[in-house]
Design a protein around this ligand. Structure first.
Ligand SMILES: NC(=O)c1ccc[n+]([C@@H]2O[C@H](COP(=O)([O-])OP(=O)(O)OC[C@H]3O[C@@H](n4cnc5c(N)ncnc54)[C@H](OP(=O)(O)O)[C@@H]3O)[C@@H](O)[C@H]2O)c1
Length: 245
């Protein structure tokens, strides 16, 4: 099959379309014909340079994950073409989505990809392959954060990083749980955060979020831009802070 291969750590020039063996599913795996692939933050983080150098953390991660020599692309949607002997939930021909991330991933920028059985989901018919391809990793991260915070109807919740891949899902999930959401993001994304369900949006470029007068049942910090001490005064007495991502 043809695939976009990560041939070397750290440089975009090392991405090459190559012909490689079609990956075959192991006992608990599903092989799909890829119809759409989304790039996740984990994909582009492999290529971030600092002072013209590849950060040590990137080198170590790439080595541990077995990225080099494998296709790029962590999130996919497609049609099942083969299943391992222990797979009972999915049959050939079913439209699915999921993540290829994991040790020695067979990434999604390829004709075929392999997904672990527990990380494959049937594609809802009202979603296109493109839409379904960008759900799995960022959505599950968001869901984990919202569940950890036990967001409930009637609560007031702050989502710091409300305009990002994870934050946009957090905003929607908190809304679906019945909470009122105040988001924090930058000027260029205020409208996006609002359209996703924020009742109010604080622009971290022009406003100091620590001056916010609202007190929150939960604050979900979907990035590591602030220390805990900045969030604590904004919480109600039994409020909870959850760092997501
Ligand atoms: N995406 C995933 O699937 C995933 C999975 C696991 C873990 N994570 C981790 O979760 C975190 C968020 O990931 P993401 O994919 O949502 O990232 P992202 O799409 O880049 O979003 C980052 C968010 O943080 C805001 N932000 C950026 N720079 C900021 C700054 N200097 N000060 C304050 N806020 C700033 C952004 O707002 P503006 O863009 O409006 O500036 C945006 O709302 C990262 O730490 C990531 O490693 C992500």
């Amino acid at each position: 099959m043809q695939a976009l291969i990560d041939t070397q750590t750290g440089t975009l020039e090392a991405l090459k379309v190559q012909t490689v063996a079609t990956p075959q599913p192991k006992k608990n795996q599903v092989q799909i014909a890829v119809r759409a692939c989304a790039l996740n933050i984990g994909d582009y983080q492999r290529f971030i340079m600092k002072n013209n150098r590849i950060p040590l953390a990137t080198k170590v991660t790439n080595k541990l994950m077995g990225y080099v020599g494998k296709p790029l692309g962590a999130e996919v949607a497609g049609v099942v073409t083969a299943v391992g002997a222990a797979v009972t939930q999915f049959k050939v021909g079913v439209a699915v989505f999921g993540k290829t991330a994991g040790t020695a991933p067979t990434g999604g920028l390829a004709e075929y990809a392999i997904l672990n059985q527990g990380e494959v989901y049937q594609k809802p018919t009202n979603l296109t392959f493109e839409e379904a391809s960008c759900i799995s990793i960022s959505f599950e991260t968001a869901l984990g954060a919202v569940r950890k915070a036990s967001v409930k109807s009637g609560q007031t919740v702050m989502v710091y990083g409300a305009s990002g891949g994870v934050g946009l899902y957090v905003v929607q999930l908190a809304n679906a749980a019945g909470a009122t959401v105040i988001g924090v993001c930058s000027t260029r994304n205020l409208a996006l955060a609002k359209a996703s369900g924020c009742a109010q949006v604080i622009d971290y470029k022009t406003q100091d979020f620590t001056k916010c007068l609202t007190r929150f049942d939960a604050i979900l910090g979907i990035n590591g831009y602030n220390p805990m001490r900045k969030y604590k005064p904004l919480l109600k007495p039994h409020g909870i802070f959850v760092g997501g991502g």
